[in-house]
Design a protein around this ligand. Structure first.
Ligand code: PBG
Length: 329
């Protein structure tokens, strides 16, 4: 007898004996349709521009964006989330490029819809930070503070313009109070009842957005702590959740994903709508950087990070690896 007394009385290892056994009992499976590809399109460039802090991710030209959308579709990815990067000279205090029908995001929405029709769900970031010269997600009052209600008026207009341009889903990411309700009303009043709202419900003020700010050429000085949530808090995510659902959110999102899996799990426990999680730029950069140095196995780390997000309760995952991972699955 190699055991002491009656131990081990139970042998969980039996279910881990072979790849086939482990595969059979796996509780969490990633599927290409779980994945949404976030993509950047920049105005006025003729070649894609690599993003230093996100190796493998680029600011697309209009043409390469269309190609990326088709590749995502062919790989089985279910959606694409578009971020527009206007020419520097077009940024202003009100972010007018965000409501210009010929602004880069609107142009890109039309391009991508013409390419993929209804086969890929086309989503747009609904926020002002990419188009304002101060880099905040809203407009400022005369003391330089982000003015919640004045911003809502801008968001209402953006929702209409993005829907006109062909967005199937708008993704308000600015964390203004009342944004979901105002956007839902704006869409309904302009004949866009079918356009869905993916609410960034629990969006934390995170250091992991760093590489994204390079990706969109953000001019932000300072931080977003008066509107994005404090990483120390969990309960307030449920308050934001209740408000977003009451205001008409069709889907809700937690962001970032990896450092906030407890929030993903909590939100998933409380809702009857799809839950998304956004594996953000810093999460991407950390794995790529460590892998470049040979410190971790890149592909395994990517799969594990995504499996963890799904296991926590997310139905949908926004990830910059969407197309690559979908091909592998
Ligand atoms: C705001 C927005 C941000 C991201 C998505 N939408 C940046 C921010 O809030 O500062 C971050 C995404 C990422 O880091 O990958 N429009």
């Amino acid at each position: 007898m190699s055991t002491y007394g009656s131990f081990p009385g139970s042998r969980p290892r039996r279910l881990r004996t072979s790849p086939a056994m482990r595969r059979m009992v796996a509780e969490t499976r990633l599927h290409p349709a779980d994945l949404i590809l976030p993509a950047f399109v920049r105005e006025g460039i003729s070649e894609p521009v690599p993003i230093d802090a996100m190796p493998g991710v680029v600011q697309h030209t209009r043409d390469t964006l269309k190609k990326a959308a088709v590749e995502a579709l062919e790989a089985g990815v279910s959606g694409i989330m578009l971020f527009g990067v206007p020419e520097e000279a077009k940024k202003d205090a009100l972010g007018t490029a965000g409501t210009d029908p010929d602004g880069i995001l609107q142009v890109a929405l039309r391009d991508v819809r013409a390419e993929v029709g209804d086969d890929l769900v086309v989503m747009s970031d609904l926020c002002l930070d990419e188009t304002t010269d101060h880099g905040h997600c809203g407009v400022l009052d005369d003391r330089g503070r982000v003015d919640n209600d004045a911003t809502l008026e801008r968001y209402a207009e953006m929702a209409q313009v993005q829907a006109d341009a062909g967005a199937h889903v708008v993704g308000p990411s600015g964390m203004m109070d009342g944004q979901i309700g105002v956007i839902r009303d704006a869409l309904d009043q302009t004949g866009h009842e079918d356009v869905a709202v993916l609410a960034y419900t629990a969006k934390y003020s995170s250091a992991f957005y760093g590489p994204f700010r390079e990706a969109v050429g953000s001019s932000l000085k300072g931080d977003r702590k008066t509107y994005q949530q404090d990483p120390a808090n969990s309960r307030e995510s449920l308050r934001e959740l209740a408000l977003d659902l009451e205001e008409g959110a069709d889907m809700v999102m937690v962001k970032p994903a990896g450092p906030y899996l407890d929030i993903v799990a909590k939100v998933a426990d409380h809702v009857d709508v799809p839950v998304a999680a956004y594996q953000i730029s810093g999460e991407y950069a950390m794995i790529e950087a460590a892998a470049q140095r040979g410190w971790i196995d890149r592909d395994k780390a990517i799969m594990e990070s995504l499996t963890g997000i799904k296991r926590a309760g997310a139905n949908l995952i926004l990830t910059y690896w969407a197309t690559e991972v979908a091909r592998q699955l």
